[in-house]
Design a protein around this ligand. Structure first.
Ligand code: F6P
Length: 376
């Protein structure tokens, strides 16, 4: 896990879906590195810039310094770009006949970084990006190339197992909470069922937290396969008691008992795109309850905008901890939040499991005591 060696030039990459707080990480990494006299390169669009420099006017990477990172800590997105296409370990290539396959470009990536003088890589990302970081680290060790790798966890979904939380989650939940608060009055005024679809591919943290915080009547999450008949029963009971509206929050990765998740599209070299479960649920609830039902997809709105103070601080702390990790000689580790402090866990451990909602955890139990229907 630890290998000493002087650091002179570091590269930082942000990969996967963006999350509010990424720019705070970039700022803390850059300022921390510059204070130690290190050079910092920002890689464009994760590794796409470095692998395809001719496609970028700046050659796929930019120099980061005190000026470049001024006033970015409070901004959403990432100033160096991101992508969830172009995994270097399984890079999509199209043959002359139009067919697609993948090649491992990890060695080429390490060569290109080292040609730029980079001796340490900070890779900021979710489960997919951290697996890529782990692979790069392994290849570097196997081939004795000496490129050190530090991971920084990022995902609005909050589904990384080895860190108590990730930046972006608080901003997403806060925004969803505000949006759902607004839907209550229109649902009540029209006597409708409003189904709100939120992100959450493998884990229902966002749906659970905003659903409980707003007092939603139904919450459907990937961890609890649902039967819509149960949700319809809850809605009928509400109507019988004179409350002729309902709010149902559904995570995009939720699926019915004996059913499949709702996939919007599939393409080579990237995770399948989810989406559409909210509309399905609304249509089915309308059929079952004969109440007018509408769906709203919050989708990428959850990823945009200004990070909350919690997410800014977490991003800054993770960036600072990544720099201290390099200074202390760590290699192949991910920074993790372990309140009241941060710790380092090996990349292999960090990528071993996802953190899903514990179905007997206190938040789910509290929700049940509040009368929330999980469709089970
Ligand atoms: O960050 C993860 C996530 O928010 C998932 O919940 C969602 O499935 C995915 O990103 C969507 O990403 P995109 O639409 O950018 O491919």
């Amino acid at each position: 896990m630890s290998r000493n060696g002087p650091t002179e030039t570091i590269a930082i990459a942000t990969g996967g879906g963006d999350a509010p707080g990424l720019n705070a990480v970039i700022k803390a990494v850059t300022l921390g590195a510059r204070r130690r006299g290190w050079r910092v390169l920002g890689l464009k669009d994760a590794f796409n810039g470095i692998l395809n420099p001719d496609d970028y006017p700046d050659g796929g990477s930019i120099e980061l310094d005190e000026n470049t990172v001024r006033y970015i800590g409070h901004q959403g997105g990432t100033i160096i770009g991101t992508t969830n296409r172009g995994n270097p370990t399984a890079y999509p290539v199209q043959a002359d006949d139009g067919s697609w396959s993948t090649v491992d470009r990890t060695d080429e990536l390490i060569d290109r970084l080292q040609a730029l003088g980079v001796d340490a890589l900070i890779s900021v990302g979710g489960d997919g990006s951290l697996e890529i970081a782990h692979h790069i680290h392994q290849r570097s060790l196997e081939t004795g190339r000496g490129l050190r790798v530090i991971g920084v966890p990022k995902t609005i979904d909050n589904d990384l197992d080895q860190t108590t939380s990730t930046f972006g989650f608080d901003t997403a939940v806060s925004f969803a909470t505000e949006a759902i608060d607004r839907l209550f009055s229109t649902a009540a005024s029209h006597g409708r069922v409003m189904v709100v679809e939120v992100m959450g591919r493998y884990a229902g943290w966002i749906a659970l937290h905003c659903g409980v915080a707003t007092g939603a009547h139904g919450i459907l999450i990937p961890e609890i396969p649902y039967r819509l008949e149960r949700v319809a029963d809850m809605i009928r009971q509400r109507r019988a008691a004179g409350r002729d509206y309902a709010i149902v929050v559904v995570a995009e990765g939720a699926a019915p008992v004996d059913g499949e998740i709702t996939v919007a599209s599939r393409s080579l070299g990237r995770a399948e795109r989810l989406g559409g479960v909210g509309e399905k649920v609304a249509n089915e609830l309308e059929r079952l309850t004969e109440m007018e039902s509408r769906s709203v997809v919050l989708g990428h709105l959850l990823r945009g905008g200004t990070p909350t103070s919690t997410d800014r601080l977490l991003g800054l702390r993770f960036g600072g901890a990544a720099i201290r990790a390099l200074e202390q000689g760590y290699d192949g580790v991910m920074v993790a939040l372990a309140p009241p402090t941060v710790r380092y866990v090996s990349l292999i451990e960090a990528t071993r499991a996802l953190k899903t909602v514990p179905v007997f955890g206190d938040t789910v139990l509290t929700a049940r005591d509040l009368g929330v229907c999980f469709g089970d």
